[in-house]
Design a protein around this ligand. Structure first.
Ligand SMILES: Cc1cc2nc3c(=O)[nH]c(=O)nc-3n(C[C@H](O)[C@H](O)[C@H](O)COP(=O)(O)OP(=O)(O)OC[C@H]3O[C@@H](n4cnc5c(N)ncnc54)[C@H](O)[C@@H]3O)c2cc1C
Length: 385
């Protein structure tokens, strides 16, 4: 019987297992997970658990659900190494053979060397459910929070903390940006944070420990807080495979279908997919799900499906931010819809006159409308008229 081993039981790994069964795969599926507990997804960690909601809201699938799809789920089983020639994985105290291997081991919070002492001194990170519970508990007592990092995760944390009444300082680079929405596309972010009382500071020169907490120096002056969280980026959790597979700075290199080597596949945040990766499709839940479905289809011998439209969303201060398609740095950005007060709501990103990407702030309807322009031309000329 064919044995598929999946490394990582988050949204990518669980979707592979579910898709395989839906497509009629009747072989063995072993789902390895380094963490403990049931599989969960990450978006609710910053959008619900940090607000004090039950950590169970992040659950992806329960025990009976895993049994129903006939998956051997192994929590606490961290894959330590891969012997490609012998088609075996090294686990703590044993080896596990596979016919097909799907690597869905995701990403980890990045802590640059010069910031390591902050984490050693008690600064929080946010990647796992345990991180979210720890930070949520800290917010319960906190008199001020400093968030280091003004990207999507830092913005979501600031949003949750202010919603819980914790005065929050967000330390950001000068240029504001949320996920793939940078430059003109991120214009609504700064006023949104300020309207919700977030103290946004830039040009941070120093962050360190002081009696009773933390201090940070920024262009706008010094700020002190009793809670600090770092949200300065993520990197693929792929170092452990560097001896056996092509691993680069963006993760495990694979072709457009996710294939790394014969019988070895990579998906989601761990994968550095040829050609198809750009800002909107990088490290998003939608990308992990789409890539999992593609690999499952390939494993049962179905033709590779066309790639799904890249999609990203976030919720910041109750405002839904959405983007789809391709938004490259060389795209021309145009506002296609404004609010009654003249604030930009929906944008398109055009390359050589053709709309390649769409984004909107706080209006799923405006987003649908902007997204419907994907692939069209002449939009920019119409706006200019
Ligand atoms: C707080 C937060 C909020 C987010 N919000 C959004 C959002 O609003 N919208 C959006 O599109 N995306 C969001 N994301 C990103 C999204 O969650 C990721 O893109 C998605 O989780 C990637 O899924 P994955 O399965 O590839 O990897 P991961 O979710 O990172 O899961 C990888 C799993 O593999 C396990 N693992 C790692 N190494 C090993 C090993 N050696 N052996 C066994 N198991 C291993 C890990 O423990 C982990 O459970 C958010 C992420 C975070 C952290």
């Amino acid at each position: 019987m064919t044995r598929v081993v999946v490394i990582g039981a988050s949204v990518g790994g669980v979707t592979v297992a579910q898709s395989l069964r839906e497509l009629g795969f009747d072989g063995e599926i072993v789902l390895l997970e380094a963490g403990v507990g049931l599989p969960y997804q990450r978006p609710p960690l910053s959008k619900a658990v940090l607000l004090g909601q039950d950590p169970g809201t992040a659950d992806l699938i329960d025990g009976p659900g895993l049994m129903a799809i006939g998956v051997e789920f192994r929590p606490g089983a961290r894959a330590l190494g891969l012997d490609l020639a012998r088609r075996r994985l090294r686990l703590p105290g044993e080896e596990l053979g596979f016919d097909e291997l799907v690597i869905a081991c995701g990403a980890s919070a990045t802590v640059p060397t010069h910031l390591e002492h902050l984490v050693a001194g008690g600064a929080h990170l946010l990647r796992t459910r345990e991180d979210a519970v720890g930070l949520s508990d800290a917010l319960e007592q906190s008199r001020r929070l400093i968030v280091l990092g003004g990207g999507v995760l830092g913005s979501e944390i600031a949003s949750a903390a202010t919603a819980r009444g914790v005065p929050t300082t967000l330390l950001s680079r000068t240029e504001q940006g949320v996920g793939p929405l940078r430059g003109a596309l991120s214009a609504p972010l700064l006023p949104l944070h300020r309207a919700h009382g977030v103290d946004v500071r830039t040009e941070v020169s120093d962050v360190g420990r002081v009696a009773g907490g933390w201090s940070a120096q920024a262009r706008e002056g010094e700020v002190c807080a009793d809670t600090l969280v770092l949200a300065v980026g993520v990197h693929a959790t792929a170092d452990w495979l560097a001896d056996s597979l092509p691993v680069g700075p963006d993760g495990i290199r694979c072709d457009a279908s996710g294939r790394v080597a014969p019988g070895v596949w990579a998906i989601g945040d761990a994968a550095d997919r040829a050609g198809g990766r750009h800002e909107v499709s990088r490290r998003t839940q939608a990308a992990a799900v789409a890539e999992a479905s593609t690999v499952a289809a390939a494993l049962v011998g179905l033709p590779t499906r066309p790639a799904a439209l890249p999609y990203f969303w976030s919720d910041i201060h109750g405002v839904r931010v959405q983007a789809a398609g391709r938004i490259s740095p060389r795209a021309v950005i145009e506002v296609v819809e404004r609010s009654v007060t003249g604030d930009p709501v929906a944008f398109v990103a055009a390359e050589e006159g053709v709309v390649a990407g769409a984004a909107a702030w706080g209006s799923p309807r405006a987003f649908r409308s902007a997204r419907s322009l994907l692939g069209t031309s002449g939009v920019l000329e119409e706006i200019a008229r």
